[in-house]
Design a protein around this ligand. Structure first.
Ligand SMILES: *[C@@H]1O[C@H](CO)[C@@H](O)[C@H](O)[C@H]1NC(C)=O
Ligand SMILES: *[C@@H]1O[C@H](CO)[C@@H](O)[C@H](O)[C@H]1NC(C)=O
Ligand SMILES: *[C@@H]1O[C@H](CO)[C@@H](O)[C@H](O)[C@H]1NC(C)=O
Length: 406
């Protein structure tokens, strides 16, 4: 995707991006509530700021822990086939699930599904965004089901999929809205565009949320948003580009994709801010990194690894200035963080911890004979059980921190 970005973009954006990432990494602080420590129990009060004992749950390292076992297996009814790596007999699944994320200077507890659902009784959790949020949802559903095996599939208008946990009266669901903003296919207007190779366009209304999540503001108590993986020229190539509209009119001069993303982020964040109740706990999940090695997904890019990356390798893979295949995650994160500034939406910065885990994608084990030949390896989504289970640990700990005694 970013090979299409011009060099002006790099000089304009990359340098400030590093400065901001640095500032960000030094300010993104979080205090967990550890039941073992009285002074920490005190901070799980409804409005716990300022944090007396800050630490960053997103900074740390993966350590091997032979005692760590997944909480669910291939029989969880909420699996999606392509991510069900146990059933698809992906190599090294035991190894993949033996790693534990150890934050640098705070404790990350494993989610206790029963306690968590107890805390969420009569409340609902929604995820809104692209398939990486669906990946996250499946992990969450399979983990929570441990405490309520009567969990039922749940679907409503706008909700792509979800589950209802009857013992706790809790609904957890995913709303698919890959760009967050409303977008629709428009066939080519033959008068306007002759001989330019364009087959048609996708009209994106930057100021209108997609129908799939337009009416959910009162239903959910906790929401996790994301967008990012569709903002690329592999999803919307030059023949079928995105065309951005504001207040019902095409934006002039037309925006390139990332300028479009910037305005969409800005107006979706403003919409959430204005239309969603203040008491709703809102998170925005930053980019999930991809691990295509040796080429893009359609150029035999591979992630058949059996060990995570080491810290010194991360910049080689992900620092945009190294121009690697997977450099977009950090670039997009910068735009997202800019848009979230000054709002009550909390950043779920799972990028760095996930950057290590080149070993944990479905790769060639997709459960379908011709899938790799047709689609290439999957080095974008995550095996389940796997890395998103740790995302669930982090999300549940943050929810506990913010809602715990509410
Ligand atoms: C408990 O937390 C306080 C600060 O919040 C810290 O100074 C103290 O070392 C902690 N004690 C234990 C046992 O972790
Ligand atoms: C279940 O939770 C909803 C809120 O999500 C609430 O309106 C409803 O009254 C609850 N039902 C029961 C039986 O407690
Ligand atoms: C991918 O690998 C196949 C089989 O080895 C080869 O025929 C093809 O040319 C490769 N494609 C690219 C883009 O490298």
């Amino acid at each position: 995707m970013a090979s299409k970005l011009n060099s002006r973009f790099f000089t304009r954006l990359i340098l400030p991006a590093f400065v901001l990432l640095f500032i960000y990494s030094t300010t993104l602080l979080y205090t967990p509530s550890g039941p073992a420590n009285k002074s920490q129990i005190a901070i799980s009060a409804p409005h716990p700021d300022p944090n007396p004992n800050p630490c960053s749950i997103f900074e740390g390292k993966w350590v091997t822990d032979p005692n760590r076992k997944p909480m669910y297996d291939e029989t969880c009814p909420f699996h999606r086939n392509a991510w069900n790596c146990l059933r698809n007999q992906r190599a090294h699944m035991g190894r993949i699930n033996s790693w534990r994320w150890e934050p640098r200077d705070c404790v990350l507890n494993r989610v206790d599904p029963e306690k968590f659902l107890g805390m969420m009784r009569n409340k609902n959790i929604g995820l809104v965004g692209d398939s990486l949020n669906e990946n996250f949802l499946v992990s969450l559903l399979c983990i929570l089901r441990v405490a309520d095996e009567g969990a039922k599939k749940w679907k409503r208008k706008g909700a792509w999929r979800g589950a209802y946990f009857p013992m706790f009266n809790v609904t957890v669901a995913y709303h698919r809205a890959v760009l967050l903003a409303k977008y629709q296919w428009q066939p080519k207007d033959s008068v306007l565009s002759d001989g330019d190779g364009v087959k048609g366009t996708y009209r994106v209304d930057v100021d209108i949320p997609a129908d799939e999540w337009a009416n959910i503001a009162d239903f959910y108590d906790v929401l996790v948003f994301n967008t990012g993986h569709w903002w690329g020229y592999d999803k919307f190539p030059r023949e079928t580009p995105l065309v951005f509209y504001k207040a019902g009119k095409p934006i002039h001069p037309p925006f390139e994709m990332l300028d479009g993303l910037k305005v969409v982020l800005k107006s979706m964040v403003a919409h959430i801010w204005e239309k969603f109740p203040e008491k709703t706990l809102k998170f925005w999940r930053l980019q999930s990194p991809r691990h295509f090695h040796g080429g893009e997904w359609n150029q035999n890019g591979s992630c058949v690894f059996d060990e995570p990356l080491e810290e010194p390798q991360l910049d080689l893979w992900f620092n945009p200035s190294n121009n690697g295949v997977n450099k977009e995650a950090r670039l997009l994160n910068h735009l997202i963080q800019e848009a979230l500034k000054g709002t009550d939406i909390k950043t779920l910065d799972l990028t760095h911890m996930s950057e290590y885990r080149s070993d944990a994608h479905p790769a060639i084990w997709l459960g379908k004979k011709d899938a790799v030949a047709e689609w290439g390896q999957d080095c974008m989504h995550w095996c389940l059980p796997g890395v998103p289970d740790t995302w669930v640990d982090i999300l549940s700990q943050l929810i506990h921190y913010h809602l715990g005694s509410g």
